[in-house]
Ligand binder design. Structure first.
Ligand code: ADP
Ligand code: ADP
Length: 243
């Protein structure tokens, strides 16, 4: 059974733009999928449809199922539960996404506190947080726990956000240009860490990138979007054998 099943999804923003135009897509468990396409082609709209973040007033028709659950009709409260239960999100801008007045450690631990049902016992919060920071390649993770975001480079901040996204071991991770604020070599390193963690955990990943080379190097499958449609849907093995 696919983790994501989208049928005839059309999304129209309040002012009229059709940003997803009859999209059909199935993604099996554990697959790493990259979405590429020009700015304005609908990449963000597609990822937002999958995490309930389309703005108020947006008209959306068709079906989006996550696991077996139809999610297009959920309200904000129900969406929180679904996300808490198994969807991790890596935000675009590491600077804007970490709280400047809280330490790194407290922000990782907060994820455990906010999701008591995921059963990480309180006595293990600190050691689990350090372990997570280590798993994304942060050196001296223990001493980083008491640092503030402004003391970290952009690349380190993005690693912290990836650690947070993995904290509850989600089934699905969505990343909308997770590394666009970083310089190119750091971008690639951070994405590689992200995907190797996902492979280790069997996580399904959908990530947006501008960079086709990064997509083919890291993903199993590449979707090319244009004008709200999926123009191409190729396995990377297929792309590589053609070139
Ligand atoms: P991409 O992520 O590929 O840059 P988007 O999904 O952000 O594409 O945008 C697709 C189209 O929808 C663009 O024409 C964009 O201007 C429009 N759009 C995106 N968000 C909104 C919004 N909140 N309200 C109105 N139009 C939007
Ligand atoms: P992203 O593509 O990651 O959402 P953008 O910079 O394209 O980032 O958009 C920033 C915000 O503005 C988003 O919330 C997006 O939905 C909204 N937006 C984008 N294009 C439009 C548009 N044409 N009209 C209104 N809102 C838009």
């Amino acid at each position: 059974n696919p983790v994501i099943r989208i049928e005839d999804l059309t999304v129209q923003y309040a002012q009229g733009t059709i940003a997803a135009d009859n999209i059909n897509l199935q993604i099996p468990g554990g697959q790493i999928v990259a979405i590429v396409g020009e700015s304005g082609s609908g990449k963000s709209t597609l990822t937002k449809s999958l995490i309930g973040l389309l703005p108020q007033g947006t008209k959306s028709t068709g079906s989006v199922r996550f696991g077996g659950t139809e999610v297009t009709t959920l309200n904000v409260h129900e969406w929180r539960k679904i996300r808490g239960a198994g969807i991790g999100l890596v935000p675009q801008d590491p600077g804007a996404s970490l709280d400047p007045v809280k330490t790194i450690g407290s922000q990782v631990i907060e994820v455990f506190r906010l999701h008591p049902s995921r059963s990480v016992p309180k006595a293990q919060w600190r050691s689990k947080a350090i372990e997570l920071l280590e798993s994304v390649g942060i050196d001296r993770a223990e001493s980083r726990m008491s640092q503030y975001p402004h003391e970290l480079s952009g690349g380190l901040k993005q690693r912290v956000l990836i650690a947070i996204a993995f904290a509850l071991n989600p089934k699905l991770l969505i990343a909308d240009e997770p590394t666009s604020a970083l310089d190119v070599t750091v971008q690639r390193t951070v994405l590689e860490i992200f995907v190797s963690l996902a492979r280790k955990n069997g996580t399904t990943v959908l990530f947006v990138t501008h960079d086709l080379a990064v997509a083919t190097d890291i993903a199993d499958r590449v979707l090319v979007m244009n004008s709200g449609r999926i123009l191409e849907d190729r396995s990377v093995a297929e792309l590589v054998s053609q070139s």
